[in-house]
Design a protein around this ligand. Structure first.
Ligand SMILES: O=C(O)CCC(=O)C(=O)O
Ligand SMILES: [Fe+2]
Length: 364
């Protein structure tokens, strides 16, 4: 179904050998959400309180084969086509700051290229600040007749969004709250990003800045927690994704066909006061091209992320915080190492608002 471990010259390559472990993630069969609601709710809450990662099977409308073909089609395009949709940071001829393509950057610890898009907001949206790059229009690549890249991926975005809403209803039910408690932040103009990634193998010459594990493997996406609310990643059954256990050991996420790997990001963890876990993970270089496609659920720019979702009805004295500035702060000034956010303007002057006089002490 997906790429085999044979390179273009037909030579068998050294693929990463993943040692079999006893580590297994919980599996949620979303097709049972009508019939086994309580059971799924319990499983979800249990996974989020412990390992923070799980598989989601049977997402309605998900088409992994089409996604894989379209993703591969895009990353196989010649550089001049990719340059047309490249972010302004790497191609100053373009105006897109946030959406679109970002290239492999040699000498950077991560070795990947990505294409990112969001859901378009209406042209007549009077409230929209044109400087707000969260709602920027995506520049789409010119298509040929074989692959309906934009159409396929926009449909996959909606399928993943719908699945994420159902998952959030189940999670709310599982902690004894009304099922709509978590979904409100995502109904009007969510900032969610769909990101497709290609990790070309380093072969025998990793960048001097590449991170090498204790047992000599190359890391192609360095360890991180996701910053957003909830993530659904399709790994196209490739190996390479690993998650950090509480005992400090790295555990491989076993490939699982036609299933999303789900985890939560810092935002959901923060909004549940740490009850749900945003787990550290990374991706290893597997010695052949690796592809993944992930849906990163994010609330609307104006959503109040200062509330504790688990006690929001009782907590009227909380300090409100808008999602947009929270995210700018997290990615530009707190986490500091995200190349893909470096060139994004701080159009809200978050640095001044959050750090006031101490702002010069910030590295960035
Ligand atoms: O490629 C993968 O399997 C995971 C990607 C990931 O963790 C991310 O993009 O945040
Ligand atoms: Fe991640």
């Amino acid at each position: 179904m997906f790429e085999s471990a044979i390179d273009k010259k037909g030579k068998k390559k050294d693929i990463l050998e993943v040692t079999m472990t006893d580590f297994h993630l919980p599996i949620i069969d979303l097709s049972k959400s009508k019939t086994h609601r309580d059971e799924l709710s319990r499983q979800l809450v249990n996974a989020l309180e412990t390992v923070g990662f799980l598989y989601i099977d049977n997402v309605e409308g998900a088409d992994f084969e089409k996604m894989f073909q379209c993703s591969k089609w895009f990353f196989d395009q010649p550089n001049e086509i990719k340059r047309k949709v490249m972010r302004n940071y790497w191609n100053p001829e373009n105006t897109n700051l946030y959406r679109g393509y970002f290239p492999v950057v040699e000498d950077y610890p991560n070795h990947n290229e990505c294409f990112e898009f969001g859901r378009d907001i209406s042209d007549d949206d009077k409230d929209n600040n044109p400087e707000n790059w969260f709602y920027e229009r995506t520049p789409w690549p010119k298509e040929d007749t074989k692959f309906a890249f934009k159409d396929v991926y926009q449909n996959q975005y909606e399928a993943a969004h719908t699945a994420a809403m159902e998952i959030l209803r189940l999670v709310a039910r599982g902690v004894g709250l009304g099922e709509e408690t978590f979904v409100e932040m995502f109904t009007d103009k969510p900032c969610s990003t769909f990101r497709m990634t290609h990790y070309p193998p380093w072969n025998d010459t990793p960048s001097p800045n590449a991170i090498i594990t204790d047992d000599g493997k190359c890391v192609t996406l360095s360890q991180h927690t996701d910053t957003n609310f909830l993530t659904l990643v399709c790994t196209f059954a490739y190996q390479g994704l690993e998650i950090l256990g509480a005992d400090g050991s790295w555990n491989p996420v076993a490939p699982r066909k036609n299933s999303f790997v789900m985890n939560i990001g810092d935002l959901f963890a923060k909004m549940t006061n740490g009850r749900f876990k945003a787990t550290i993970h990374r991706v290893l270089d597997i010695g052949v091209d690796r592809y993944s496609s992930g849906f990163f659920l994010e609330p609307s720019y104006e959503s109040d992320v200062g509330i504790n979702l688990l006690s929001k009805s009782e907590d009227s004295k909380h300090i409100p915080e808008k999602y947009g500035p929270y995210m700018i702060n997290a990615t530009k000034y707190v986490k500091q190492h995200y190349l893909e956010y470096e060139g994004l303007p701080d159009f809200e002057n978050v640095r001044e608002k959050y750090y006031g006089k101490n702002k010069d002490e910030l590295l960035n």
